[in-house]
Design a protein around this ligand. Structure first.
Ligand code: S3P
Length: 443
């Protein structure tokens, strides 16, 4: 599918988004690990969450959906059964890495596989520490498919230092640590999202996050083996700040715009983009509302703003790890040179986001320079039209569509169907705010 965006139209109105992707994955999975019925509202129904739901069925856990309301009949850690076939994780690394941890905790055997894109995502980072814990898991030269067999329980609690900050790796190991013989301590170089810790703690697990000021050595997570079954989950999921990001940047760069994104998750480990946009002199207001299931949330308002360049590096990188494609677009519309460093991990996402973002922005006349661990973008307050490609990456597709919202000439995005991986309503939402976008199937 290609989308033709004709920029220059004001965006006005409100958007309310489906539940956060990371929270949706965790809610589905942790509900299946609990004992009893969980009720989850505002679940994200999209390409990336389908494989997690299908996996529950394969492991013998029953669930039902009524709109975006999910009911899961949790079976506890002893109640999962071996799946009959290979588990297809689709394009979702979160599904694969979290399921590997859950399979270790429930002691089932099976094979995790996925799309060609997922087979290119590194899996050694979970396989090696899981093996140290005593889990019988093998990768295929460091990549999927992953073969997991029943292992000797309890697993071994360990001290493990993650070489890159990663919530997926941390969450995988936290799940295995729930059935270890002693507490596990995980140490990360940066503050990766802490949704697993908050959600499992609300279900009765004993998990503690220790900041560098207290630990004296990195961001630490302390996990105690479970003393009793996980309690079922009752939660209304806040909207996804990583999806809100596209509307926020759209509202900043389209002329005469004023939009509000309602009920968005505002977990501090996810708010790096808001800080960066404020530094870029974005007119942006956040109104905090009541927390939901231990997750801060609120409404965010933006209006068209003349942006200036900024720099992003260090611990903020991990707190906006999914937002760099659209941040790159904001940088192109800003005045001055924006610099991103310490972000090498972007090369291991749904695409090599450093290479692909720079390559596609250059097609729109932007001076975008790749560096080993980031990029530099020389913003001129505008970009030209052009024809670009999504490279099978949902966030790159949405960022490039947003790029068209402020452009004088049309921007045509090929491969745009991939937006349905995380935000199937993206185009209709933008249209409802007033954007001029037409999408058609490729001939
Ligand atoms: C996610 C963590 C991040 C993020 C991904 C979702 C999660 O990946 O990029 O979209 O739900 O835990 P890493 O933890 O591997 O950086």
């Amino acid at each position: 599918m290609r989308c033709i965006v004709k920029g220059g139209k004001p965006l006005k109105g409100k958007v309310r988004l489906a539940g956060d992707k990371s929270l949706s994955h965790r809610a589905i999975l942790f509900a299946a690990l609990a004992e009893g019925r969980s009720e989850i509202e505002n679940l994200l129904l999209a390409g990336v969450t389908q494989p997690m739901l299908a996996a529950l069925t394969a492991f013998g856990v029953e669930w039902s959906l009524d709109g975006q309301h999910l009911t899961v009949e949790g079976k506890g850690l002893q109640g999962w059964r071996d799946p009959a076939g290979v588990i297809d994780c689709g394009n979702s690394a979160t599904t694969m890495r979290l399921l590997a941890g859950a399979m270790a905790a429930t002691n089932v055997s099976g094979v995790l596989d996925g799309s060609a894109g997922l087979r290119r995502r590194p899996m050694d980072r979970i396989v090696q520490p899981l093996q140290k814990m005593g889990v019988a898991i093998e990768a295929t030269d460091g990549y999927a498919p992953l073969l997991i067999s029943r292992s000797q329980h309890p697993l071994r609690g360990l001290e493990h230092e993650l070489s890159v900050a990663s919530a997926q790796v941390k969450s995988c190991l936290i799940l295995a640590a729930l059935v270890a013989d002693q507490p596990t301590r995980l140490c990360e170089p940066g503050p990766s999202r802490d949704h697993t810790e908050r959600m499992l703690a609300s279900m009765g697990a004993k998990i503690q996050s220790i900041l560098p000021e207290t630990s004296g050595k990195g961001y630490q997570t302390w996990v105690e083996p479970l003393a009793q079954p996980l309690r079922p989950l009752q939660m209304h999921l806040p909207g996804d700040i990583s999806s809100a990001a596209f509307f926020l940047v759209g509202g900043l760069i389209a002329p005469d715009s004023q939009i509000e994104i309602e009920n968005v998750g505002l977990n501090p480990t996810r708010c790096g983009l808001l800080e960066a946009l404020e530094e870029m002199q974005a007119t942006l207001a956040v109104e905090e509302t009541q927390a939901q299931g231990g997750e801060p949330c609120g409404h965010i308002r933006v209006q068209s703003s003349a942006l200036v360049a900024t720099a992003v590096m260090g611990e903020r990188v991990v707190r906006m790890i999914d937002e760099f494609p659209v941040f790159g677009v904001a940088a192109a519309y800003a005045n001055g040179e924006t610099c991103v460093a310490d972000a090498q991990e972007l090369r291991y996402k749904e695409s090599d986001r450093i290479a692909r973002l720079c390559q596609e922005l250059r097609k729109l006349g932007v001076e975008a320079i790749e560096t080993p661990d980031g990029f530099r973008i020389v913003g001129k307050g505008k970009l030209s039209g052009g024809v670009v490609e999504a490279h099978g990456d949902h966030r790159l597709a949405m960022a490039l569509i947003v790029a068209g919202l402020g452009s004088q000439e049309p921007v045509i995005v090929h491969g745009a169907e991939v937006v349905s991986e995380s935000l199937p309503q993206f185009i209709p939402f933008l249209q409802s705010l007033g954007a001029d976008i037409r999408c058609e199937m490729d001939a």
